[in-house]
Write a protein that binds this ligand. Structure first.
Ligand code: BTN
Length: 321
């Protein structure tokens, strides 16, 4: 975004004189005027108030690394390597590229927009500029792939806790880890595994997408919503949401690494949007009623033949139309 410096100064929505903007940016009045034209080209609405200056009419919620780090517990902050980018193909791909072998730092990438955002099952993830949160975090576990049982669900619980701590109510989880509000899908989590399994060390990239301000999306194939439309009375800040999610994931994965999935089963079940609903799985082959999850995080479907577990992977669960 070419006009970021100017938009940062105008983001309070107040009128700023050309003179004060020129001083703050260390440029001439003419350069300010050119920046205003660039901001308009970037899609911002900027009013020229005669005799007074310029006022940004488009609401903005800019990403700021300092604000994100301020919201993170100091003992957690010290171990992070945070990159906040204007644009990237996919924050998951960037974490994979930046991950230093053997480093104990936790790599995190957050971007204002993604040009090739990845969703589950090979789908694209709509990632328009400035509107949503696109965050990826690299997590290291010891003990081989078997210790990852249930991790995907743990991440869903952590994200739900984070959003609830900021005032979002009724966060639901759709197995394994979609984040829901009553109005539709609010966000999703893509878990990818990195590299070879070496002496039991497993690297996991958890990519989280949360719809924050998004008001339109052309090619999303299911009902969706955003924090701003679910909770319009609240002022949503992507920096605060990012900090809350990083804190929550850090805390949850420490517990998970120590004791496994058991502590997360009840918090996950209490948010299960399929519980008691008629659902079908395995491409329609299995139909029944949602029964919650077992002790390793498989989803349970009850029908006339008994209770059948549905394992995480490429199997989707849907409420029967
Ligand atoms: C889903 O399909 O529900 C999972 C969506 C995950 C999207 C996030 S946005 C940040 C990270 N980077 C990506 O390319 N994907 C994940």
């Amino acid at each position: 975004m070419k006009s970021k410096a100017l938009i940062t100064l105008l983001q309070d929505g107040k009128i700023h004189s050309g003179e004060s903007l020129a001083q703050s940016m260390g440029v001439s009045r003419t350069a300010v005027w050119k920046q205003i034209r660039r901001a308009v080209d970037d899609g911002y609405e900027v009013a020229t108030v005669r005799g007074k200056g310029y006022q940004l009419l488009t609401p903005v919620d800019l990403l700021n690394a300092g604000e994100i780090l301020d919201g993170i517990a100091p003992e957690v902050r010290a171990g992070l390597k945070l990159a906040v980018l204007d644009e990237v193909d996919s924050t998951n791909a960037e974490v994979i590229r930046q991950w230093q072998p053997g480093s104990s730092e936790i790599p995190i990438c957050i971007a204002d927009c993604q040009t090739a955002g990845r969703g589950r099952r090979g789908k694209a993830w709509q990632s328009p500029r400035g509107e949503n949160l696109y965050l990826s975090i690299g997590l290291t576990f010891h003990g081989g792939f078997a210790v990852l049982d249930g991790l995907s669900l743990v991440l869903g619980v952590a994200v739900a806790n984070a959003l609830e701590s900021l005032g979002a109510k009724s966060i639901g989880l759709k197995w394994p880890n979609d984040i829901f509000l009553p109005g539709g899908k609010l966000g999703g989590i893509l878990v990818e595994l990195q590299g070879e399994l070496q002496e039991g060390v497993v690297q996991v990239i958890a990519g989280i997408g949360i719809n924050v301000h998004m008001s339109e999306a052309d090619s999303v194939d299911q009902p969706w919503t955003s924090l701003a439309s679910g909770f319009p009375a609240q002022k949503w800040s992507r920096n605060k949401i990012a900090a809350a999610i990083i804190n929550a994931i850090h805390d949850a994965t420490e517990i998970f690494a120590d004791v496994g999935f058991s502590d997360f089963r009840a918090p996950w079940q209490s948010r299960d949007i399929f519980l008691g609903k008629t659902i079908h799985a395995r491409s329609g082959e299995l139909e029944g009623t949602g029964e919650g999850i077992d002790e390793t995080g498989n989803y349970l479907v009850r029908n006339a033949d008994g209770v059948a577990p549905v394992r995480a992977g490429e199997i989707s669960l849907r409420v029967r139309p």
